[in-house]
Design a protein. Sequence first.
Length: 588
Amino acid sequence: MNDLNSVYRLDGAKLAVLANRFGGICRKMGNTLLRTGRSGVLNRAKDFSCCIVTEGCQLLAAEESLPIHVLSGPDIMARSMLDQHPVVRRGDVFLHNSPYHGCSHPADHSLLMPVIDDHGNHQFTVLVKAHQADIGNSLPTTYHATAIDVYEEGALIFPAVKVAEDYRVNDDIVRMCRMRIRVPDQWHGDFLAMLGAAFIGERELLKLGREMGWAHLKQFTAQWFDYSETRMIEAVGRMPMGTGEATSRHDPIPGTPPEGIEIRSKVTVSPKQGSIRVDLRDNPDAMRSGLNVSEACTRTAAMIAVFNSIDPTVPKNAGSFRRIYIDLKEGGVVGVPQHPTSCSAATTNLADRVQNATMLALADIGQGIGMGEIGPVLPPSVAVVSGTDPRTDLPFVNQLFLGHTGGAGTPSEDAWMTMLHGGNGGMCFIDSVELDEIYTPILVKGRRLLADSEGAGKFRGAPAIEVEFGPDNCRMQAAFVADGNENPPQGAHDGGSAAPSDQYHIKKDGERERLPQSSQVWIEDGERLLSVAAGGGGYGSPAERDPKRVLEDVREGIVSRDRAAKVYRVVITSDLQIDWAETRQLRG
């Protein structure tokens, strides 16, 4: 390796160029999925990720991917692929969705394709991960939160199963999926889109390796990881030293304790060592529920919280990950689950609570790090809807992304409005109402932000969003797993909590029936669902918020004049100006 260092040592400019070349390949793969995916989950919501892993199973590049999909998981999945298939050849593709072997949850079908050079050497692995509208669960949803185990969940589990050899698809696997999945043509279209993305990733990496030389790329990988680790050490070195501890509580649903599920995170920041340790062992055992979090998502949720608290320009790859140590519990509700534990909703509900507890623990260490809690997920506005489309007499199943805010206040800025949830990181798109109504037999009556629902703070959280919709000339089944009715997002450093979430079934006569948070409900033609998705917690005292920002929020309808005075201690006149004299008096 010393000879390689002297021959192929790269300067900063070459490092930057190659880093962008690898990132560009990920973006090409993602663009293929967005433009060719069949389901709205892919071609409208963009709920997918593409990344590149080294032959040593280390994450190298994952541009424009969802954090919960890629920070941890691709590394474990690639190792699983090689464990099951020690000899890989050009043109091999493996279908993987096992949460017991590194996948995030069963709904995230993933294709892994080893990149083999012209001499038969394994150089990289490309990974394409795409959330599915339907995976053959016993209920028409990919978030079966009340499943007592994987058997009741019902998904087909593929632990790195070879689905293509010499670029030819194994039709036996495809037939299995088509027989099990309710919308076989839609799934098959998404599968072909994923396959195309993997082929493009492999083609581009082979082209890059032939252009630059594989030894050159190996040297880049080693240097890029070392550079990323150095950047991480510097970033942690600027953080306050100490240990913080915090909890975040998920609301109770069937199969969980009546008080809900409390997730505890203990974080130790060691600036001199340039390292952060997150201890998640003091948490409950796995439950007879689909809320259990896979190892990949548990690790990723903790890492998201860490990266939310440091310089955002630090690369997210195996190099910077060297400075993050995560202690997990074997068989925990968050940790390392064992088969047949159900991890159906592993990417969302409790994973977000892991992230929130870790961010609050970081905030507990000192000012300037951590965040308020990001809003909880899976209200009716992001339900999986299914039924028979009266326009075609064909079944439909799709997850909607009609509206979710969720962003939390940070130490230096207001919330990212369309965060969606912690693991998403704002990467998914919010659906176009018009496109959803074209492709799915629904009508959307309204979508609006709710005033005075934000987590108040020096830097505020996002407001809640209300969405009302229902079926159009048909019956529709909707499945969702809402959180935050009883435990809305908390603030940090005297920041306020956000308003809670809620969900209702509006009958034909206008009567509102409050729905359980975990629901699989039929909505008849002429009826509607009303979804209130919580925003996020604030950061810092609301009385320290810049009055000009308060004025802007009042003008935008996010905060009322009354709340501005009572909570933020800023007096706004009837013609929407700041009364500076009254404000100074209120703030004392």
